[in-house]
Design a protein around this ligand. Structure first.
Ligand code: NAD
Length: 257
């Protein structure tokens, strides 16, 4: 039985992880933390609070889907008490990523901007096709619901950075949208375009455009349980892992071994 403390528990992802963990064998929720407690937390039967520090020692693993500042605080708290951390919070800046790395010296920390198996497969497919089409243009289009705070999505950035690395492009090769008379598209450029509206859960298309033909690799998340299942698999991985900074790739390669 793995004891979990959930940060961002009242949010869209937090609620989905709660429901998914309740339906899965092997997980026990020891604490639900959020900046603002929702009315339904009263009488919910689980322990709720606004301070992660009050709960962190009760869990083997903290699962975080919140905001970057709180994710960093979770990493510090986990390192302080020896709990492992799974964080899906996106848009960490370099110094916040560094805080994750620092915590990873003391405890197992797994951060992933996308916990879906399908996106992992999409990333693999992209790496597989790129060498065969070295001069085709790469454009990434993502769509998310109107409330998403960060743009572009962490997943779009990861796809773009991995594609840039495969091609040997400069990390500055990402072009976020286009407007005006920009002239011919530079070859060593990756377009990244964020659409926001309605209730799209998460939709990423990588368009590979060559002379007279193109390929589109697309992943559509139809509901958030795809991410919640991946986060719980990650919790199962970190609970027995040595201190370190891990990604979903470590969980997937451990599963096929
Ligand atoms: P949301 O806004 O619905 O939920 C975030 C929750 O965090 C809210 O309930 C908010 O009150 C809480 N929160 C904010 N500040 C806090 C703090 N200081 N301490 C504790 N709780 C705090 O957002 P969401 O759609 O659930 O997404 C949350 C994060 O997860 C975002 O960064 C999003 O991009 C990311 N996300 C990741 C994946 C993945 O697979 N890795 C999938 C979906 C969303």
């Amino acid at each position: 039985m793995i004891s979990l403390v959930l940060q961002g528990a009242a949010g869209r992802m937090g609620r989905t992880v709660l429901e998914t963990a309740a339906a899965a064998p092997g997980f026990k929720i020891k604490g639900c933390v959020d900046r603002v407690l929702p009315p339904w937390s009263q009488g919910d039967g689980r322990a709720w609070g606004t301070e992660l520090g009050r709960f962190v020692g009760r869990g083997d693993v903290v699962v975080d889907f919140s905001v970057p500042e709180a994710a960093v605080e979770a990493a510090r708290c986990c390192a302080g008490v020896g709990a492992a951390l799974v964080s899906g919070t996106t848009s960490l800046v370099a110094e916040q990523e560094e805080a994750m790395r620092v915590a990873g010296r003391t405890v197992a920390v797994l951060h992933s901007s996308n916990f879906s198996l399908g996106v992992a497969a999409l990333r693999g497919a992209l790496k597989a096709v790129l060498p065969g089409i070295p001069d085709w243009d790469i454009e990434i289009v993502e769509r998310h619901h109107r409330d998403k705070a960060d743009s572009p999505s962490g997943t779009a950035l990861q796809l773009a950075r991995e594609a840039a690395q495969c091609r040997g492009y400069d990390p500055g090769a990402l072009r976020h949208g286009r407007q005006g008379r920009l002239g011919r598209r530079p070859a060593a450029e990756i377009g990244v375009h964020a659409l926001r509206g309605g209730s799209w859960v998460g939709d990423h298309t990588v368009i590979l455009a060559g002379p007279g033909e193109s390929i589109e690799l697309r992943h559509v998340a139809q509901d958030r349980t795809a991410f919640a299942r991946g986060a719980l698999a990650a919790a199962g991985f970190v609970v027995n892992a040595a201190p370190g900074l891990y990604t979903l790739d470590h969980v997937l390669s451990a599963a096929v071994r």
